[in-house]
Design a binder for this molecule. Structure first.
Ligand code: S3P
Length: 428
């Protein structure tokens, strides 16, 4: 689908961002591992969390869905069954990596596959530690899906210093650790998103600049009802659009505000963005708040690389914000962007080039010379079938002088099925 985007003089209105994708995946998996019935409210309607549900169903988990309400009858961590079909994780790295941790831990025979994008992403980072723990897991060429998991002779707990600040890797190891008598300890130097440890109530303690988190067979998997907060990563598109389009004011209701997710909020604040945080509260173990963004002239910023893991999914749209800032911004330490649904540094380079921005890519980041008077060219943007690329290009296009478009725009359904509707409502 080719989506046309009209220039938006300003963006105004109130909306609720879609339910958080990371928390949706985890709530379904953890409810499946608990013993008894859990209800998940506000489960994401997007394609990635749907992949998690269909994989769980294939593993024998009894699930019911009524709109955004999911009922899960968990049978306990050891009762997953060998699926009759391959587990199709679609486009979802979180589904593949977290489920691999669970299945390698449980020793369930299964094969996990994905779409072309997921099949080109490295899984070596999980295969290595899960094998060291005694899991039986192999990958195509040692690195790629399909992943084959089979029975094993027991999980050995281990101490694992995370070589990459990745919540998917951290979670895969901790979830396998739930099957070991001896504790698994994951040492994290730079904090990555902490939904797994929060939702499971895993023990952790500070360690240097980061923390050490433990899991073992003796950790009870809590039987609980979940309420998924709004996805901060989705809200970030509106925080940028509302900042850069003069005269804008957008209110975003019930956004997840977990500090390990809100690096983009901190970066935008450093840029001088006008974002008000209202009604802070909790949705279960996760902080939430309403946000109001009003347009303002942005300053350039060179974010501390320590903020990168907490803004990893928002960096593409932050690059759009940097095009409108008054001077030179520089992102470093973001090599991980090359390992997402597409190489997001390369893809953003193509999007910024098409828009006519002034920038230079490096191996681990980008330098952008922005200007508040920057006028993106009205062009047809590629999306690289990557939801976040399509949405970042759309935010850019709102500032063009004439109609622009985005190719393969249906990919936004991976995380944000209502994105195009919300864009037209806010632009009206
Ligand atoms: C996610 C973690 C991040 C993020 C992804 C979702 C998660 O990946 O990019 O969209 O739910 O744990 P990494 O942990 O590999 O950086």
């Amino acid at each position: 689908m080719i989506q046309s985007i009209q220039p938006a003089e300003k963006l105004t209105g109130t909306l609720t961002p879609p339910p958080d994708k990371s928390i949706s995946h985890r709530s379904a998996m953890f409810a499946a591992l608990a013993e008894g019935q859990s209800v998940i409210e506000n489960y994401s309607p997007a394609a990635d969390p749907a992949s998690t549900l269909s994989c769980l169903a294939a593993l024998g988990v009894d699930l019911g869905r009524d709109g955004d309400r999911i009922t899960v009858n968990g049978k306990g961590r050891k009762k997953l069954i060998k699926p009759a079909v391959m587990l199709d994780c679609g486009n979802s790295g979180t589904t593949m990596r977290l489920l691999s941790g669970i299945l390698a831990g449980a020793g369930v025979d299964a094969v996990l596959t994905g779409d072309d994008s997921l099949s080109a992403r490295t899984m070596k980072r999980i295969v290595e530690p899960l094998s060291q723990m005694g899991g039986s897991i192999t990958a195509k060429s040692g690195e790629f899906a399909p992943l084959k998991i089979s029975g094993h002779h027991g999980i050995r707990g281990m101490r694992y210093p995370l070589p990459i600040a990745s919540a998917q890797l951290k979670s895969a190891v901790l979830l396998a650790g739930l099957y070991g008598e001896k504790p698994t300890e994951v040492v994290e130097a730079v904090p990555s998103r902490d939904h797994t440890e929060r939702l499971l109530g895993l023990k952790s303690e500070p360690f240097g600049t980061g923390k050490v988190i433990r899991s073992s067979l003796s950790d009870e998997i809590p039987l609980q009802n979940y309420r998924v907060p709004g996805d901060f990563s989705a809200a970030a598109f509106w925080l940028v659009a509302g900042s850069v389009r003069p005269g804008s004011e957008i209110a975003l209701k019930k956004c997840g505000m977990n500090p390990t997710r809100t690096g983009a909020y901190q970066i935008l604040k450093l840029m001088g963005a006008d974002i008000e945080v209202l009604n802070p509260g909790m949705a279960g173990s996760e902080p939430v708040a309403d946000l109001v963004v009003r347009s303002t002239e942005l300053k350039p910023v060179s974010p501390d690389p320590a903020l990168v893991p907490n803004s990893i999914d928002e960096l593409p749209v932050l690059m759009v914000a940097m095009c409108f800032a008054n001077g030179i911004s520089k992102i470093t330490g973001a090599e991980e962007l090359r390992h997402k649904e597409t190489d997001r540094l390369d893809a953003m380079g193509k999007i910024l080039k098409a828009a006519g921005a002034d920038f230079e890519l490096s191996e681990d980041g980008i330098t952008i010379e922005g200007s508040p008077s920057f006028k993106p060219k009205p062009v047809q943007y590629p999306s690289f079938h990557d939801h976040r690329m399509a949405m970042a290009a759309a935010v850019m296009a709102t500032a063009a002088g004439r109609e622009s478009s985005v190719l393969d725009a249906e990919c936004t359904a991976i995380s944000y099925p209502d994105f195009w509707t919300h864009l037209s409502e806010l632009s009206a």
